[in-house]
Design a protein around this ligand. Structure first.
Ligand code: SF4
Ligand code: SF4
Length: 489
């Protein structure tokens, strides 16, 4: 037990302000940033160096303080207990059995608790899956696409691809009937394969819920070379602590505009076949924004309700800002509700709105985009203002492209009709469309051979196939040559 880990009951619950937020979404990292694999783009791995001499495992005292304070802090009827990493399966199953017991002990009458768990899937076995099923856990499984794409960056410590081991975890989740989401990063290896990646999740993995996360790894001229080598700790190699600084990006990062093209490719497939059948987080979030509801911090006007808890009780402003300047305190010294409501954290969240560039303030899709995440604001705007979002070209493309369709969906909802009705009218439009005209997704390809009836099959191997050597035309995109963030696309 460290000096901070006093008995859990010593911190009294604060009086929550009546007009304050009713809840927040905390990500807990019970094994810190420690992971059993070594994804090249994962800068979270470097956060181990914040706690160099610890074994990075959450103690029983911290677990109890966390669960108790989390349940005390919420006035909303539903509370999410969210486990994240690093890799949370590095904690033994007994740890999470105890967490569930503590939830039952501290849950207030009328409170409903949802459990979520983000994993790379490699250590899953029958016992884990039986536990998840029994307690209704929602599992986030990290997969970047078919084997050739997934294995580009999601590798182990011997630089071997992890696809087969992840698919083993996926099979176990399916066979036990555990609910799962796919978390897919968009990076230099899959940025040109949006539709293929999406179809792989839908058709081969049977996923119903997908979330895309852009990989944007910042670096400066001084750190770029080391950053391009990855963030893990290897003998004989200098290691950096990743911080949100620098206005260059690594060669693994997604291109700003290409991120939008990827999303549009997925959207054009989804809108034709999958409305109401597949939930793509950003699509859901965008439709909700038409009704003034902002479900995702990244595209909300303000943020600050998504703190992160390290294994020792340290609370940070956000999972993307686990660095000394954003440490709010420790739950063994200050109640988490006090830290979340603190002026420091409120300022962190309000700065998202208060530091928008003039381009963002005058942007036609600001009500949908809200300038994106502050961590990505290291580029320059069209009029040369610093602090603009690196992904802007892609975000603008996506929101402009999809806006008319989401407007129609919103109108259908207002008439108490289902947005899925749109698929029939799109099918009729497509039937009238000249198949040799450019595809509406903007790819430049003919409709017939893009999102039309003769769309090409995936050039990548399927989930059960053994790896096949790619032909030259099928090769996964090689990492892009690095340019400054201003001219990245
Ligand atoms: S910094 Fe970005 S990820 Fe973190 S809470 Fe704000 S918008 Fe969300
Ligand atoms: S699309 Fe670009 S300019 Fe518009 S709000 Fe988003 S980041 Fe700002």
């Amino acid at each position: 037990m460290t000096s901070l880990e006093q008995p859990a009951a010593t911190i009294a619950a604060p009086q929550l302000p009546a007009d304050g937020a009713t809840g927040f979404h905390l990500l807990a990292k019970p094994s810190g940033s420690t992971c059993n694999i070594d994804c090249t783009y994962c800068f979270f791995l470097s956060k181990e160096s914040l706690y160099p001499n610890d074994n990075s495992r959450m103690s029983e005292a911290t677990l109890e303080a966390y669960i108790r304070q989390l349940l005390e802090s919420h006035r909303s009827p539903t509370v999410t207990v969210a486990w994240q990493g690093g890799e949370p399966t590095l904690m033994r199953l007994q740890f999470f059995e105890r967490a569930v017991e503590l939830v039952e002990q501290y849950k207030r009458p009328g409170q409903t608790v949802e459990h979520t768990f983000q994993t790379n899937g490699i250590l899953l076995d029958d016992a884990w899956c039986e536990f998840f099923k029994k307690h209704n856990f929602l599992i986030g499984l990290s997969v970047d696409g078919p084997r050739e794409i997934h294995d580009a960056y999601r590798v182990d410590r011997r630089a071997q691809g992890t696809f087969d081991r992840v698919m083993n975890g996926w099979r176990l989740l399916r066979s036990h009937g555990v609910e799962f989401n796919i978390l897919c990063t968009v990076n230099a290896a899959n940025e040109h394969h949006g539709r293929t990646v999406y179809k792989f999740f839908r058709d081969e993995l049977g996923a119903k819920w997908v979330q895309f996360i852009p990989i944007v790894e910042r670096a400066s001229e001084a750190t770029l070379e080391i950053a391009n080598q990855g963030w893990s700790d290897r003998p004989g190699r200098k290691r950096l602590l990743y911080t949100q600084s620098g206005n260059l990006v690594t060669e693994r990062s997604v291109g700003g505009e290409q991120y939008g093209k990827f999303l549009v490719e997925v959207f054009e497939e989804w809108v034709r076949h999958d409305i109401a059948n597949m939930y793509v987080q950003l699509f859901d979030v965008t439709l909700e924004a038409f009704f003034g509801r902002h479900l995702l911090c990244i595209h909300a006007p303000t943020c600050g309700d998504g703190p992160t808890l390290e294994y020792n009780g340290d609370l940070y402003s956000c999972d993307h800002f686990v660095e000394p300047g954003f440490l709010l305190g420790n739950i063994h010294e200050t109640h988490m509700a006090t830290m979340v409501a603190s002026p420091t954290q409120r300022k962190f969240g309000n700065d998202k709105r208060d530091t928008l560039t003039a381009q963002c303030q005058g942007c036609k899709v600001r009500h949908l985009c809200n300038g994106g995440c502050p961590k990505d604001r290291f580029s320059v705007s069209r009029d040369g203002e610093a602090g603009h979002n690196y992904l802007c070209a892609g975000l603008e493309l996506f929101f402009m492209h999809t806006g008319p369709t989401f407007t129609k969906m919103a109108q259908l909802l207002q008439q108490n009709r289902a947005p899925a009705e749109l698929m029939a009218s799109l099918a009729a439009d497509d039937a009238r469309r000249d198949p040799y005209q450019p595809c509406p997704c903007g790819s430049g390809k003919k409709f017939r051979f893009c999102h039309g009836p003769k769309a090409p099959a995936s050039p990548f191997s399927g989930v059960n196939a053994v790896p096949v050597p790619a032909t030259k035309s099928e090769t996964v995109s090689t990492p892009i040559e690095l340019r400054s963030s201003a001219d990245r696309d």
